[in-house]
Design a protein around this ligand. Structure first.
Ligand SMILES: Cc1cc2nc3c(=O)[nH]c(=O)nc-3n(C[C@H](O)[C@H](O)[C@H](O)COP(=O)(O)OP(=O)(O)OC[C@H]3O[C@@H](n4cnc5c(N)ncnc54)[C@H](O)[C@@H]3O)c2cc1C
Ligand SMILES: *[C@@H]1O[C@H](CO)[C@@H](O)[C@H](O)[C@H]1NC(C)=O
Ligand SMILES: *[C@@H]1O[C@H](CO)[C@@H](O)[C@H](O)[C@H]1NC(C)=O
Ligand SMILES: *[C@@H]1O[C@H](CO)[C@@H](O)[C@H](O)[C@H]1NC(C)=O
Ligand SMILES: *[C@@H]1O[C@H](CO)[C@@H](O)[C@H](O)[C@H]1NC(C)=O
Ligand SMILES: *[C@@H]1O[C@H](CO)[C@@H](O)[C@H](O)[C@H]1NC(C)=O
Length: 491
């Protein structure tokens, strides 16, 4: 039933966007920029006008509220063409968007009414066995990368659930199943192919451009458009884990198992991702279990496995298969918003408060077209920021203590309720922060994760003491403010 409803909504909204797209095309003030780009790009690239299927694929997002009707979309096929496009956008002062995997949770971060750049054609994965690195095209999703590396029994530090883009994920930080062992994705980067705001293509490494190398690790699209990432690879065996669905009557069991896990498990190969949610009028939960080996040691996950679950999909499988087991797109297409709280630990007070928030906002937001109200518990080990030196990346801005993100995610259908959901996410984050502070955690002003924070979060709350250095870096590499024509966190 839910499935067919979702399909119907999707068909309807596609028809709607077709109509809106065509009327926009007729009068977009940006058509002349599109035509100029169409003339300038090589045959490796293509430009699409509204009405074509490729156009809708290009402007599409995981959350429909993150999409906008662009005047045209362009799929550059070479870094040189990206350079030409940036020069034309700059000369015409035309707003644009840069989209990798399209999982931005904030409206306008990778969408525009101007020229929409979709990076799908940067899609190669090249494993360099001697260097133990992989070159990965910026238009890929993690699923593709895991699939391409599987034959070599290697892997990189990437996304935990299906469908997430590598570009925004990597340029923002990157919390992975392997983060307890190896840190964030930004900690395991060795280079970028970057198209600078003036259109010049640069290879950016620690030795070639130490300042840009630092800034790109957290700085998103402020310094140009990345077309390729070089990331360290690790040996990858099959893994153990999967997903368990828990009904309301066993939420307490899940909470108890989660608290015990956070208090006792120090094995960095083990990770969990419990999600408390409110779906079709009822509270419930899922928990994804992960162990980075074909079998898990006894004891670590016993309490989770003992919960009388609604359904259980657990076992030895490939890393990709575990990622595919996640239900991350089960609610799409829907509007959506993320927000976040940074914690030092998941304590009993925090767990109680987030279960209460799930019910409190679930009941209220269901009446406002809410379809999925959820809180992700991300209990990483307390030393995850210590895998790289202090100030080796723009994010995290301080590594003196590790911050554990808590993700708030609301899905809904009524565009007229955007403000309601945004406000609720802000209020809920404030409530959870207050609970953490009362619980003795010094997180009132702790930096928030840029890939989870709501769009009006002040830059200082994400980049802390690094804001001034990032502004200076932006002034150096983008004196004309070209990248300010694209959405996102702006220095
Ligand atoms: C279902 C789901 C699961 C998630 N799971 C995790 C998780 O496990 N761990 C985690 O850390 N985060 C997670 N996230 C958050 C995720 O990291 C961000 O949504 C991320 O920005 C997605 O990247 P993208 O390329 O898909 O997004 P996009 O929407 O394409 O881009 C996001 C931002 O990055 C910029 N950008 C994209 N590509 C480039 C480029 N090549 N050059 C310059 N700028 C670029 C865009 O302009 C935009 O501002 C998840 C998000 C979702 C929706
Ligand atoms: C990955 O990065 C972390 C932090 O920089 C580092 O500790 C680790 O050694 C890196 N891994 C490899 C294989 O270099
Ligand atoms: C962090 O590193 C950047 C880039 O090297 C530098 O500009 C900045 O001053 C450093 N910040 C601190 C606090 O040292
Ligand atoms: C979720 O995404 C996967 C991979 O993109 C796709 O195969 C699957 O059909 C999607 N599921 C739903 C319910 O949309
Ligand atoms: C539950 O959450 C609401 C909204 O944040 C809050 O007002 C209320 O005090 C909470 N109740 C408990 C028992 O914590
Ligand atoms: C583009 O910017 C880079 C970095 O600021 C600079 O080195 C290069 O010379 C510039 N290219 C042109 C054509 O101005």
């Amino acid at each position: 039933m839910r499935q067919s409803l979702a399909t119907a909504t999707f068909v309807f909204s596609s028809l709607l966007s077709l109509a809106v797209g065509e009327s926009l095309q007729a009068r977009s003030q940006y058509d002349s920029t599109c035509k100029e780009i169409e003339q300038a790009i090589s045959s490796a690239s293509a430009l699409y006008w509204p009405g074509l299927g490729s156009y809708y694929k290009d402007i599409g997002h995981w959350a429909t509220s993150s999409s906008a009707q662009a005047a045209c979309s362009v799929e550059p096929g070479t870094a040189e063409d990206v350079g030409k496009i940036l020069q034309i956008l700059s000369a015409n002062n035309t707003p644009f968007a840069v989209k990798g995997g399209g999982h931005a949770s904030n409206p306008g971060f990778s969408s525009t009414e101007g020229v929409h750049i979709a990076l799908y054609r940067f899609s190669s994965v090249t494993y360099n066995q001697a260097a133990q690195t992989a070159d990965v095209g910026a238009g890929l999703i993690w699923d593709d990368v895991y699939s391409a590396l599987e034959p070599y029994s290697v892997n990189i530090i990437g996304g935990r659930v299906t469908g997430v883009g590598i570009a925004g994920f990597t340029l923002g930080g990157g919390f992975s199943w392997k983060t307890n062992q190896y840190g964030l994705t930004v900690d395991n980067l060795t280079g970028f192919e970057l198209v600078l705001p003036n259109g010049t293509v640069a290879e950016v490494t620690q030795s070639s451009h130490p300042d840009l190398f630092w800034g790109l690790k957290g700085g998103f699209n402020n310094f140009g458009i990345v077309t390729k990432f070089t990331l360290k690879t690790y040996a990858q065996t099959e893994v153990w884990g999967g997903i368990i669905l828990v009904t309301e009557d066993h939420l307490d069991d899940l909470t108890a198992a989660t608290l015990k896990f956070t208090q006792t498990v120090t094995d960095p190969k083990a990770a969990i991702l419990p999600t408390y949610n409110f779906l079709i009028g009822e509270p419930g939960a899922t928990v994804i279990l992960f162990y980075d080996y074909p079998t898990a040691p006894e004891g670590i996950f016993d309490d989770f496995l003992a919960i009388p679950a609604f359904s259980k999909d657990i076992g030895t499988r490939t890393f990709l298969d575990l990622v595919l087991a996640s239900p991350s797109n089960a609610t799409s297409p829907a509007r959506g918003i993320f927000h976040t709280v940074s914690l030092l630990k998941y304590s009993p007070a925090i767990m109680d408060a987030l279960v209460n928030e799930t019910k409190f906002w679930g009941e209220r937001l269901s009446l406002k077209s809410g379809t999925f109200i959820s809180y992700d518990v991300e209990p990483f080990l307390p030393d995850i920021f210590s895998h790289a030196p202090e100030n080796s990346s723009a994010y995290p801005s301080s590594r003196s203590s590790s911050l554990l993100p808590l993700n708030i995610y609301y899905a809904y259908s009524d565009a007229g309720q955007d403000e309601t959901f945004w406000d609720a996410a802000r209020q809920s984050a404030a409530q959870l922060t207050a609970v953490a502070v009362a619980d003795g955690q010094d997180v009132a002003d702790a930096p928030l994760y840029g890939n989870y924070a709501i769009f009006d979060t002040p830059l200082e709350r994400i980049y802390g003491q690094n804001v001034d250095a990032l502004k200076a870096l932006k002034a150096k590499y983008d004196p004309e403010g070209v990248m300010a024509l694209a959405g996102g966190w702006k220095f």
